[in-house]
Design a protein around this ligand. Structure first.
Ligand SMILES: [Zn+2]
Length: 409
């Protein structure tokens, strides 16, 4: 394994200064607490009607108490490409994780060419917890813990691309830092799947569409329940100043079960007329996960919810042959996607609440972007944004009460 020189520098700088995991209880003063919940591919077109129908009460409460809006993403957005932009506030060509596969190799943290937010926070004495965040495999040392997410390789998921190895069956690197936490997780959370289930192939579906869809959705729900248990356990037993957790089954479902009509590209009644609620149901289920996270959010906690991109049905004018559309070189008949050349076609979304953040405040247009997340988190901790960062602090979300917050020293 090639470890980049930069990685070695990031790691050694903070390891010298910081007590090991589990030994840092003597911190003298409270630091701001930030919880980030990442959702892969949250689509506002689907979410807004659910909110109106009262089916996402937890997200609705965050909107009411906080700021929200679209989140501009990068061109041809996909998960590793955007999340790594979120981590570093730099362009994909700069940070090195340009997609799922880079130079023929599944994207991994050894490719990182810019310093990620978890390293910056760790070096500044902030405790960091990361769970199931895409593109964090193999895990890197932090001042806390890191459990990898999408792109983790293992049994039945050898290339790590859009599949789900079990924690005990991970291969080709560590999925948990520190290693001692792995036994703790296996004991207290169980042998959970990392990332979301692989989509079924066209051959698996043919002739058994409804059964395969239902089986797949059941697996997705199992994974979500495992993740909820994991998040709840970590927030309860291993609380950190900064916690970043993500889930990815929503997007995976949207790709092939987006509720489309007979007039959409790729419509196949055997698949697309079977469980039309499957995709909206993912967000209703996400809202319950959010409810679990919200139990850990007090008046002094910042909660940021973000998605890396939206997802939209395929388009006739761009997609000449819908049957040529398979996801990431597998054979699932996909009907929606997000890697449109113009990222503004599929913006992500952003929701924030916490001390000093305006309530019921809407960010208009595409003024907030995935590049702004890391600078804004650093700002909450009173840290300057790094010079290579291309985003800006989302000052517009902070209200007049900001000076009441322990943001600036
Ligand atoms: Zn996707």
């Amino acid at each position: 394994m090639v470890i980049r020189k930069n990685s070695v520098i990031w790691v050694s700088l903070f390891l010298l200064a910081i007590p090991l995991f589990g030994q840092g209880q003597s911190a003298p003063k409270a630091k701001p607490r930030v919880i980030v919940v990442g959702v892969n591919g949250m689509e506002l077109d689907i979410i807004r009607p659910l909110i109106l129908k009262g089916q996402m009460p937890n997200l609705a409460s965050v909107i009411e108490k906080g700021a929200y809006g679209k989140l501009r993403t990068v061109s041809a957005p996909n998960c590793p490409r955007v999340y790594t932009t979120v981590f570093t506030s730099t362009d994909p060509d700069e940070h090195g994780v340009t997609g799922f596969v880079v130079g023929g190799i599944t994207a991994n943290t050894n490719m990182l060419k810019e310093e990620p937010i978890w390293s910056m926070l760790s070096k500044n004495g902030i405790t960091v917890g990361m769970a199931n965040v895409p593109a964090t495999f193999p895990v890197m040392p932090v001042n806390g813990y890191m459990i990898s997410g999408m792109l983790t390789r293992g049994k039945n998921c050898e290339d790590g691309v859009l599949c789900a190895p079990k924690l005990s069956e991970v291969m080709g690197g560590d999925a948990v830092y520190p290693r001692s936490l792995q036994a703790d997780l296996l004991k207290n959370v169980g042998d959970f799947y990392i990332d979301c289930e692989r989509m079924p192939s066209a051959a698996d579906l043919k002739g058994h569409e409804a059964a395969v869809i239902d089986q797949w959705l059941a697996r997705v729900q199992l994974i979500r329940e495992q993740q909820t248990k994991l998040f709840d356990y970590l927030l309860t037993e291993h609380p950190t100043d900064f916690t970043f957790m993500a889930q990815s089954c929503e997007d995976r479902t949207g790709h092939w079960l987006y509720p489309i009509t007979p007039f959409n590209v790729g419509y196949n009644p055997n698949i697309n007329a079977v469980r039309q609620d499957a995709f909206p149901n993912q967000y209703i289920a996400f809202d319950k996960v959010l409810g679990t996270v919200l139990k850990h959010v007090d008046a002094n906690t910042y909660l940021l919810i973000l998605s890396d991109h939206g997802i939209k049905p395929l388009r006739e004018f761009e997609e000449k042959d819908p049957h040529a559309h398979v996801d990431h070189e597998k054979t699932t008949p996909v009907i929606a996607k997000h890697d449109f050349a113009d990222g503004d076609d599929v913006p992500g979304s952003f929701f924030a609440m916490g001390p000093g953040i305006k309530s019921d405040f809407r960010l208009m247009g595409l003024g907030a972007s995935v590049y702004d997340i890391a600078p804004t988190i650093l700002h909450i901790y009173g840290l300057e944004q790094a010079k290579q960062m291309r985003g800006h602090v989302l000052t517009e979300i902070f209200g007049a009460t900001e000076n009441k917050v322990a943001v600036h020293k």
